[in-house]
Design a protein around this ligand. Structure first.
Ligand SMILES: *Cc1c(COP(=O)(O)O)cnc(C)c1O
Length: 365
């Protein structure tokens, strides 16, 4: 096979001159980290763009969750989703919280809000839910349940950069939202992330947590090092002006896939009404796990590397205890994400399309 493999995603690289121009500023300022000028500029730009006056940059999306849990004083049992990347669960465990899984909706793959109340006990302090693939959770229902029971709400919005719901940024909901700017995400800083909180007090606490708990010689709280460097901020500033274009190109690929696959026995996910989505992933649900496996193998043989986002269902991790989560476990068995990235060529798109069509033409199912 003469073709290069096509991976599930390909990091966006801005024009080199644009990155170099920003790195030259770092050389000129001689400030490499610790809230430098580019860090300030990126934080400001993201605050404007995401309408989030209390957004703080973080060194990655995992610490963004962990420090949000700390700032909001979350402890004990936390209701969470089993269908997400492992960091959603590991962040809880690392902070000494106990994840209590609540199954997901089969259409949006986000936590099923109608099952949350039955899982609340006197030890429950918070809900940590993921807008999986950038699809909004039932934020209104979740926020209402949380208010009624005095729980904090944190949304893992690692996939949801620029997503809007009912006219507001999705990150406006809940007590805090966290973003990941990892190289594989739609908007990235190579490694990086952000926490969005909604009060000056929470921002103040987050700022201390991010940087060793002190301001100059005055020490206030236990802190961590979760700072983003100037080199990372430079990448973010170079990528940010291209986000519209990145989303538009992803939308084109998704439309092409949608049209090509209408007659196949596969399902997509439901994007709730009122969502301005960001086309972060192209998940496909097969009829069963063996079909998913056969398609995966067929695609691999054609040099197409789909990924099992998200497998395993997090309630089955070897280091947690949980009731079975039948919907999430079934979805994790049947799902594949197809290659989707900005700059994907017509030829690459065509190869994925032909490979999936031929997998079924070859008598699968
Ligand atoms: C990527 C991701 C994270 C972790 O982000 P990092 O920046 O890689 O630490 C957390 N949650 C979800 C849902 C993710 O996809």
């Amino acid at each position: 096979m003469a073709h290069d493999p096509i991976y599930v995603t390909k990091s966006y690289l801005p024009p080199l001159e644009e990155y170099q121009r920003l790195v030259a500023e770092v050389y000129a300022s001689h400030v490499l980290t610790n809230n430098g000028p580019l860090h300030k500029r990126l934080e400001h730009a993201l605050r404007e763009r995401l309408e989030a006056p209390h957004l703080l940059l973080m060194s990655n999306g995992t610490l963004a969750i962990q420090l949000a849990l700390r700032a909001l004083k979350v402890s004990g049992k936390v209701i969470t989703t089993p269908f997400s990347y492992v960091a959603t669960t590991s962040a809880l465990l690392w902070e000494g919280c106990e994840p209590v899984f609540v199954d997901v909706r089969p259409d949006t793959l986000c936590i099923d809000a109608s099952l949350i109340e039955a899982a609340i006990t006197p030890d429950t302090t918070a809900i940590l839910a993921t807008h999986v693939y950038g699809i909004p959770c039932d934020v209104e229902a979740i926020d209402a349940i949380a208010r009624k029971h005095g729980l904090k709400v944190i949304y893992d919005a690692a996939h949801a950069f620029d997503v809007r719901y009912k006219g507001r940024p999705i990150t406006a909901y809940g007590d805090a939202s966290t973003l990941s700017f990892h190289a594989t995400k739609l908007f990235h800083t190579v490694e990086g992330g952000a926490t969005i909180v909604h009060t000056p007090e929470a921002e103040h606490d987050m700022r201390l947590l991010r940087s060793f708990g002190h301001i100059h010689d005055d020490h206030f709280s236990l802190g961590m090092n979760a700072k983003l460097s100037e080199m990372h901020a430079a990448m973010g500033l170079a990528v940010l002006p291209h986000v519209e274009h990145i989303i538009a190109q992803r939308r084109e690929v998704c439309t092409m896939y949608d049209e090509a696959f209408v007659d196949l026995p596969i399902e997509g996910v439901m994007i709730p009404e009122g969502t301005a989505w960001n086309y972060a992933y192209y998940p496909v649900l097969f009829r069963n796990g063996s079909e998913r496996k056969r398609v995966f193998d067929h695609l691999s043989a054609e040099g197409i590397v789909a990924r099992r986002y998200f497998y395993p269902s997090l309630n089955t991790l070897p280091y947690v205890t949980s009731d079975p989560m039948p919907v999430s476990e079934d979805l994790a068995d049947r799902v594949l994400c197809l290659p989707l990235f900005a700059g994907m060529s017509i030829q690459e798109c065509g190869r994925v399309r032909s490979a999936l069509l031929s997998a079924f033409a070859n008598g699968l199912g």
